[in-house]
Design a protein around this ligand. Structure first.
Ligand SMILES: Nc1ncnc2c1ncn2[C@@H]1O[C@H](COP(=O)(O)OP(=O)(O)OP(=O)(O)O)[C@@H](O)[C@H]1O
Length: 509
């Protein structure tokens, strides 16, 4: 008998209409490995995984598990074949308990009756969670759990269905540092028990930490499958982007703007959650990073500046006058690109063009006439500047890959030409090539006078983009660092943990 890998997807092809999305994809998994699936935004990773999980049907190609063809004609067929996708928290029902979520629609019954055997359901859930080594009470409501624990409940649910292959799509994107560590330990445990994991992520460092092998896709083809041991980030990036297209993610010293008057003044902000006393200024043309642990209150500060949240005390002054609510903030040129962009920033059933123009309509209308040509120019420029991968401006936002949807939301606010742009985790889900394009675009707009506040958990990103970095710790700005004086990511990491950095540099008195 020929020697087969555990899963073999060979020569998979898939087109939508006449657009080929998967051209000739080979994806092989060994039993019990953690296999990274990487590629630029729109390369075809999700499409391939949707074929594996029975959401889409392939046009041609073969899928074998242990050498035998498997039927993946719908999601329940894939489930029967032992394949499960770990969704983020959104697929659980918050008003049900952990046990009810794990066994939803498959609840154990009291023998000979149609009644749900609650005690048995709780017992089985407890066993599963114990096997995973986590301390979650099966009778807790899912709505009370942190995002990290919700993800673990998802994994328990998959294992309760006897999954042998788990697909994890950007599992750490909304996890805190501690939750990420816990997830990595869990991944190691699952692997040791023979479960095979497909791990999709744009975070290079974590791929090299926890994965055994990596497959890279580019433009609908697999271009590399290699052992991670000995592989460098540069080699992966080159495979993703093609030779000679290396992305630069370097910091530029943009000089100080200390003599300009601040456009934003945040004064003694106290919020209902965590924030005790936060004050800082931003001047036109400055890019200021806001660093802090997940849960330190960064997003709440952004919401308050944008007028979405009222402070208990303190105030936000923009261009000399207090901000009075969100519409006042928008009218006066403040833009916020939220962290959870899919939920908050996109109209999925509208085109790319509409999504970019929607918040900008007033700029492209005069006396009730929409100035189409000008609007379209802006749309095309946005698509080009941010390398949004779409067949054209009329494509529905829903049909774009996740990373490209993120770029539309960013693009629509940039197109508005705001005076203050607040970016909350600007590059979540965005590939490394696009990350550097986003950094470049933001820098160019700041050079033209836009003030920018960037919140990010990725220190590499904060280090690349910021002129100054504010460190949020214990409900206040514990340090204010001039980027020029921050020697390494390590040093910034220390500051975020609550240690004082070597060279602090108070920029305003
Ligand atoms: N239902 C669909 N109809 C038309 N085109 C689609 C559909 N689903 C995906 N596509 C297109 O297929 C291409 C590949 O998308 P896919 O979501 O697989 O990329 P990805 O590698 O997962 O990207 P990302 O890193 O951004 O999540 C994209 O150009 C996308 O627009």
């Amino acid at each position: 008998m020929p020697n087969h890998d555990f899963l073999e997807m060979t020569d998979i092809r898939k087109s939508f209409g006449n657009v080929p999305v998967l051209k000739r994809v080979h994806f092989h998994l060994r039993r019990g490995e953690v296999h990274a699936l990487m590629g630029g935004n729109g390369a075809g990773k999700s499409t391939l995984m949707k074929i594996l999980t029975g959401v889409y049907q392939k046009d041609s190609g073969t899928v074998l598990i242990e050498g035998e063809p498997v039927d993946l004609h719908d999601t329940s067929a894939a489930e029967r074949a032992g394949i499960a996708m770990i969704f983020q928290e959104f697929s659980l029902v918050p008003t049900l308990t952990v046990a009810q979520n794990i066994w939803l629609k498959r609840e154990p019954r009291v023998a000979g009756t149609p009644f749900i055997n609650n005690a048995e359901m709780v017992r089985r859930s407890r066993l599963l969670l114990q096997e995973l080594g986590v301390d979650i009470d099966p009778e807790t409501l899912v709505g009370n759990l942190s995002v990290g624990l919700m993800q673990i409940v998802e994994i328990a649910k998959a294992l309760s269905k006897k999954a042998r292959i788990l697909v994890m799509d950007e599992p750490t994107s909304s996890l805190s540092e501690a939750e990420t560590e816990a997830l990595f330990e869990l991944v190691a445990k699952l692997k040791a028990s023979g479960i095979t994991i497909v791990y999709i992520s744009h975070r290079m460092a974590e791929i090299l930490t926890i994965c055994d092998r990596v497959t890279v896709m580019r433009d609908g083809e697999t271009v590399m499958t290699e052992d991670c041991a000995g592989l460098t980030v540069e080699q992966i990036v080159e495979a993703m982007l093609g030779a000679g297209n290396a992305a630069s993610f370097e910091w530029h010293d943009r000089g100080d703007r200390l003599d300009a008057d601040p456009i934003l003044q945040v004064r003694n902000l106290r919020l209902a959650t965590r924030i005790n006393d936060v004050s800082f200024d931003i001047r036109p043309g400055e890019i200021v990073g806001l660093a802090g642990l997940m849960g330190s209150g960064r997003t709440e500060i952004a919401d308050t500046i944008f007028g979405r949240r009222a402070p208990l005390s303190g105030e936000v002054v923009f261009d000399g006058k207090p901000v009075r609510g969100q519409s006042d903030a928008i009218d006066r040129g403040i833009a916020l690109v939220p962290e959870d962009r899919r939920k908050m920033g996109l109209v999925l059933d509208h085109s790319v063009r509409d999504n970019i123009l929607l918040p900008n309509l007033s700029r492209f209308t005069r006396h009730f006439f929409v100035r189409d040509a000008e609007g379209l120019q802006t749309v095309n420029r946005t698509i080009r500047d941010l390398s949004i991968k779409t067949d054209g401006p009329e494509k529905l936002a829903r049909l774009l890959s996740g990373g490209n949807q993120q770029k539309i939301v960013l693009g629509k606010w940039l197109a508005r030409g705001p005076r203050l742009l607040i970016l909350d985790e600007p590059t979540i889900g965005v590939d490394i090539g696009a990350k550097s394009e986003i950094v470049e675009t933001v820098r160019r707009m700041a050079d033209a006078g836009m003030a920018v506040l960037v919140i990010s958990s990725e220190l590499e990103e904060l280090m690349a983009i910021s002129d100054r970095i504010l460190v949020l710790h214990g409900g206040r700005i514990s340090q204010e660092l001039n980027r020029r004086n921050v020697a390494s990511e390590e040093e910034l990491h220390h500051a975020i943990q609550g240690h004082r950095a070597q060279q602090t540099d108070a920029v305003h008195a």
